[in-house]
Design a protein around this ligand. Structure first.
Ligand SMILES: [Zn+2]
Length: 263
C-alpha cells in the first residue's frame, strides 16, 4: 500500500497540461545514428497543444503542497458541460470518463445546470486539460481537439481517460521522478517538438517533457509504464533505448492512486 502512495501525479507549479497523443509508428533516416544532427520523427497523430503557464505568481500561488490542485474533500461531484460537439461524441466522452468513477469517490455529472467545473470543447489543434481545481476557472478547461465520429475506439479511450485524469489532478507519468527509467536524447526531442506541427518553445519543452517534479510536489507511486498518463515515446527519444507506449486503459496503479486521492 505504501508504494501506491507514490504513483503518478499532482502538478503543482502549473495548472495546465500539454498532452499529446501519438502513435508509436516513427521513422528516422539512417543518418540519425551516424551524426549528431537530429532527424525528424514522423508521428501519425497530432501533438497536443500546451496551455500558457499560470506562473508561480498567479492566483494559484506557489506550488508547495500536493493538495494544491486536488478538488477539496467536500467536492465529490464535478459538473461537466460541453461547449461544442455532436450528441454522439458527447455520449461517448461521458461513457468513457465515467470509468474513473468506478475506482474513486468522485462523480461526473454531465447533465446538470450547475456551473461547470469542467467545460469541454472540440476545437482543432490538440487535446489538453487544465489540472484539478484550476479547471473550474477556465472555459474551456479541456479540449478534445482530434476526436470525431471516425476516431478509433482505442484512441478515443486514451484521450478521454488521459484528459479526465488531468482534470482530476494527475500529471504526466514521464515527469514522475521516482524510478523514472527515461534518459532523454535531448537534442532530438527538442528538434522534434520545435518543428512542425508543434513549434514548442524550449521553455515549453522543458516544462512538458524534461521537467521532473520534486517528491514533495507529487503524490504518487514509482514510474508506471502502464499509466494512462504516460505519453508514447519512440526509442529514438531516449539515450538508453527506452520506449513507452500509449495505453488505452487505466492501470492498476492509476486506479489505486485515484482511490487514495478521492476515497
Ligand atoms: Zn496530458
Amino acid at each position: 500500500m505504501k508504494n501506491i502512495l507514490y504513483c503518478v501525479l499532482l502538478l503543482i507549479l502549473v495548472g495546465d497540461a500539454g498532452c499529446f497523443s501519438q502513435e508509436e509508428k516513427t521513422s528516422t533516416s539512417k543518418e540519425t545514428s551516424k551524426t549528431t544532427q537530429p532527424n525528424p520523427i514522423t508521428l501519425s497523430l497530432p501533438v497536443c497543444t500546451e496551455l500558457p503557464m499560470l506562473g508561480e505568481d498567479s492566483s494559484y500561488g506557489h506550488a508547495s503542497s500536493l493538495k494544491f490542485l486536488l478538488w477539496p474533500e467536500d467536492k465529490r461531484i464535478l459538473y461537466v458541460s460541453f461547449i461544442s460537439g455532436s450528441e454522439e461524441i458527447k455520449n461517448k466522452v461521458e461513457a468513457i470518463a465515467k470509468e474513473w468513477e468506478r475506482c474513486c469517490g468522485m462523480t461526473f455529472d454531465f447533465h446538470s445546470n450547475n456551473k461547470a467545473d469542467i467545460s469541454i470543447d472540440f476545437q482543432p489543434g490538440g487535446s489538453w486539460s487544465f489540472i484539478g481545481i484550476s479547471s473550474a476557472e477556465k472555459v474551456p478547461s479541456m479540449n478534445l481537439g482530434w476526436l470525431n465520429a471516425d476516431t478509433k475506439e482505442e484512441e478515443f479511450r486514451h484521450v478521454v481517460l488521459h484528459e479526465f485524469g488531468h482534470a482530476l489532478g494527475l500529471i504526466h507519468e514521464h515527469q514522475n521522478p521516482k524510478n523514472n527509467p527515461i534518459q532523454w536524447n535531448k537534442d532530438l526531442v527538442i528538434a522534434y517538438y520545435q518543428s512542425e506541427p508543434n513549434h514548442w518553445s524550449l521553455d515549453a519543452i522543458e516544462r512538458n517533457i524534461f521537467k521532473k517534479y520534486q517528491d514533495l510536489q507529487i503524490n504518487g507511486s514509482t514510474f508506471d509504464s502502464l499509466s494512462i498518463m504516460l505519453y508514447a515515446f519512440p526509442k529514438e527519444f531516449t539515450r538508453n533505448g527506452y520506449t513507452t507506449h500509449r495505453n488505452f486503459n487505466l492501470s492498476e496503479q492509476d486506479k489505486e492512486v485515484m482511490k487514495l486521492l478521492y476515497p
